[in-house]
Design a protein around this ligand. Structure first.
Ligand SMILES: [Zn+2]
Length: 192
């Protein structure tokens, strides 16, 4: 499971609680502008065995900005995360959208771009039950599930309660299929 657009005080804490309750570990692709305001949450996320990786400094769509702007945003994010003890190796691009030069920016900074295999569309406000049903067919070894522990631009909901509820349901379904929920960096199928 992966969570983008946080950390956000209430929802990240609740997602962490749900993950702990389910015995699941995950990857959080954070916005550095939010992470610097929540150092305690970042620390807790790491201490509980999850990964903290890069989403961006601001939430910029690479195809709508020039290369310099994205390089500056990325370097500002990495500098801010470094202060928090976070040195990302994975990068979830905002909206998953790369420009032609995005892979070079990633490679220059030792970052591997991480996509997803199953989209919960939780930002729309779907119920946990609907989201489990939507991703169940994709849930197999190596599957990366996209969800959000923060409200990003364009979110059609006013909270992440259904995402919190989804965590336990998804971990249970994974368990029934003999799968463990681990951070992307530990996911053998992805780290190939
Ligand atoms: Zn995002």
């Amino acid at each position: 499971m992966t969570f983008d657009d946080g950390p956000q005080p209430r929802w990240t804490a609740e997602v962490l609680g749900a993950l702990a309750g389910a015995g699941a570990r995950a990857t959080f692709f954070v916005l550095a502008t939010k992470a610097v305001r929540e150092p305690g949450l970042v620390e807790r996320t790491l201490a509980e065995g999850h990964e903290v990786q890069l989403h961006g400094n601001h939430h910029l769509r690479h195809t709508e900005h020039d290369r310099d702007t994205i390089e500056r945003d990325t370097d500002a994010a990495l500098a801010r995360l470094d202060v928090l003890g976070v040195r990302p190796s994975l990068w979830r691009l905002p909206w998953g959208r790369a420009a032609s030069w995005t892979p070079e920016i990633a490679a220059d900074r030792g970052l591997q771009i991480a996509g997803w295999d199953a989209d919960t569309h939780d930002w729309r406000g779907d119920t946990a039950a609907a989201m489990v049903a939507a991703v169940a067919g994709d849930l197999r070894d190596g599957c990366i599930v996209l969800a959000h522990d923060g409200l990003g631009p364009g979110a059609l909901r006013d909270g992440c309660a259904e995402t919190v509820a989804l965590v336990g349901d998804l971990a249970r379904l994974a368990g029934e299929r003999g799968l463990a929920c681990v951070p992307v960096g530990e996911n053998g199928a992805v780290a190939r």
